[in-house]
Structure formats: C-alpha cells, structure tokens
Design a protein around this ligand. Structure first.
Ligand SMILES: [Zn+2]
Length: 255
C-alpha cells in the first residue's frame, strides 16, 4: 500500500515518517516558525502533518526524527538536524551535533511570587520572583560551566498590584535587580557536566516595586578537552514586580 501526502496527494517516499511529503514539509520549515534553535512538540507535529503530539513522541523515541535533545523532559529537536533531514528527503537522519549547541537551557517556570515574610504588610516585606530552569549537556563531551547570569534586556514601569505569594525564603541563588538593562551574576561557582547530565536550578530575583523586566539566562561554559569557550542563551521571558496599591489585574491576565 502506498501512502499519499495529506496536503498535496503526492506518493510518500519510504523514508517518510510523517503524513506530508517532503516538499510540503519544506514549505512549513520555510515559514520560520520561531527564532529558537529547536522545534518543540507542537512545531514538529505541524511540520510532519501528524494528528497527535503522541505520534511525534513515538517517532522521537524510536529515533526516527534526528536531533532529539536528550537531557530534558520536554520533547525538542534541534532545528539544524530536522531541516537537514527534510531537505535531504529523509536520507540525512544521522546528525552530528555541533558542540556549541549541545549545552541546553530549558526555562521551567518564571514569575512565581516568593515572600520573605508573608505576615508583614505589602509595602515593607521583601518580594522575590522565581526563575526555575534546567541546564543540561546533550553531548558526549564533558563541559564546565564557569558562570550563570541573568541579562535584563529591557525594563519598563509596571502598574498592576502584586500577585499572591506562595513560597518562602531562603533560596540558594538570589539576584538583586535594578531597573536598567545589563547582566547580573547568578553564580560564578563552577559546575561539571558529564555526558547527558542535567541539573535543576531555582533562582529568586528581587527588585524595586512596579517594574517589568524582559530577560534571558546566559550561561558561560567550556569544553573540558578542547578548552573552547562558549556562551548559551535561553529564550527571553518576562518577570513583573507588582506595585502595592496598583491597579488590579484583569481576570484574563496573570503575571
Ligand atoms: Zn505534499
């Protein structure tokens, strides 16, 4: 039985794991879905024309989609690997990951409110915001992390009232932000990551009231053997510090 493309009706090649022919998949990757270096589950489902995200996971587990990032729980695929695979009509399914893209930063959660002392009034108590992330080495090499920084890319006034706090101090990593762009050091401790190692981090950020930040994580690391140094960046995310007495957030919006 010959499978045909769900988009244009062309006969699918035997290399094809999706429901669309490779030319139709090429049109989808040409849309420049995002600026990130990987495709997530929804994007892979869209490119391959599959009905269900579980189908992508199944193909990924069988190793039929090249470039799966091994160290984090989310299903992600290196864009370079997937693009090369589709351009080659499914033949290029072995991919050698370039070293510079093998350090993975995955933001797990941002913006949760952390209170120093929930019993004090909102004007005087210290309020922190949580940035939770995972760092991982998706290569066979040993990597040394030299420094982890938060980079404030933009900031602007934030007029809404603070949200409700959930967790308490202390956290191992704390960063005091001020409302201006720049890099803030989270830690200069060195960490060693062997093959496929990953670690979870929780950082709490403090700031004056009433500021919204757009920021990202920068991780500086080197390869143990070659001593080559690299910098990896997370996606940009937003953190808001409410203003006591500020406007109430509309119901449809959350921090
Ligand atoms: Zn087609």
């Amino acid at each position: 039985m010959l499978k045909i493309c769900g988009q244009c009706g062309a006969t699918l090649s035997r290399y094809n794991t999706g429901s669309y022919c490779f030319p139709c998949q090429e049109k989808r990757i040409a849309e420049k879905i995002s600026d990130r270096p990987y495709y997530d589950l929804d994007e892979m489902q869209y490119i391959l024309g599959l009905d269900h995200p579980e189908s992508v996971k199944r193909l990924g587990r069988k190793g039929m989609i090249p470039g799966k990032i091994p160290v984090i729980k989310e299903h992600r695929y290196f864009k370079d690997a997937v693009d090369e695979w589709i351009h080659s009509g499914g033949k290029a399914n072995q991919w050698n990951q370039p070293l510079e893209s093998s350090f993975v930063i995955s933001i797990r959660d941002t913006g949760g409110t952390v209170l120093e002392d929930a019993t004090r009034d909102t004007e005087t108590r210290k309020v922190g915001k949580l940035v939770a992330f995972t760092l991982g080495n998706s290569s066979e090499n040993v990597m040394i992390v030299e420094k982890i920084c938060l980079e404030v890319q933009r900031c602007q006034p934030y007029d809404y009232a603070p949200g409700i706090g959930v967790r308490l101090y202390p956290f191992r990593y704390e960063v005091e932000l001020c409302p201006q762009p720049g890099e803030y050091v989270v830690t200069e401790e060195r960490f060693k990551y062997g093959r496929y190692d990953a670690d979870d981090f929780d950082v709490v950020c403090m700031s004056p009231h009433g500021v919204e930040y757009a920021m990202r994580l920068n991780v500086y690391w080197s390869d143990l053997v070659t001593k080559k140094a690299f910098a990896s960046h997370s996606d940009t995310f937003r953190i808001c510090f409410g203003k006591p007495g500020g406007r109430r957030l509309p119901l449809a919006v959350y921090e």
